[in-house]
Design a protein around this ligand. Structure first.
Ligand code: ZN
Length: 177
């Protein structure tokens, strides 16, 4: 059974560690961690989560884009576990977009990310997958991938003036004021 595991918050040193490669995907612990991550990200209205956010320092992330109250315009997709992911190529174009993080509650920031990336990862069945991701889904991947290297989105802000509270974000950005 998947369980709802507490999400660790900014300040916890695990969020600043470089996560370890997963060497046995079929391991019960890893398969249960995938279930816990998916359950937790859906429950928290997130669009992605990385294993270190559940205090498990493994190179494993979930991309789970779907429209929800925190991201009303997100595209719909099945939650996908990506194990030992890599970015193999990226666009020269960088775009800024608003991000938040389940480990940094109450804060949003404008973060520059590659518009398109090519990625490789192993899926939860142990199969190597290659995909091109663009726009919002590429942004989710890059945000979660950073967690595997101990990087948090606030580290990537170009200017602290581009950091606002969740409440202001909801009023100004989502409602286009
Ligand atoms: Zn995050």
């Amino acid at each position: 059974m998947a369980e709802l595991v507490p999400i660790i918050q900014l300040g916890n040193p695990i969020l600043r560690q470089k996560a370890a490669l997963v060497d046995n995907i079929q391991d019960e612990h890893i398969q249960k961690l995938i279930e816990d991550l998916i359950t937790t990200v859906v429950q928290a209205n997130g669009v992605g989560i990385a294993a270190p956010q559940l205090a498990q320092s493994y190179r494993l992330l979930i991309v789970a884009s779907r429209p929800n109250p925190r991201y009303p315009n997100a595209p719909e997709m099945e939650p996908t576990a990506m194990i030992n992911p890599k970015i193999t190529a990226h666009s020269t174009e960088v775009v800024k977009g608003w991000e938040g993080c389940l480990s940094v509650p109450g804060i949003r920031g404008l973060v520059p990310r590659y518009q398109a990336i090519e990625v490789e990862y192993t899926d939860r069945n142990g199969k190597l997958q290659k995909q091109e991701l663009t726009d919002f889904v590429a942004r989710i991947f890059q945000h979660e991938y950073d967690h595997l290297d101990g990087i948090v989105f606030v580290d990537r802000l170009e200017n602290t003036l581009e950091m606002i509270t969740e409440q202001e974000y909801q009023q100004r950005v989502v409602n286009n004021i």
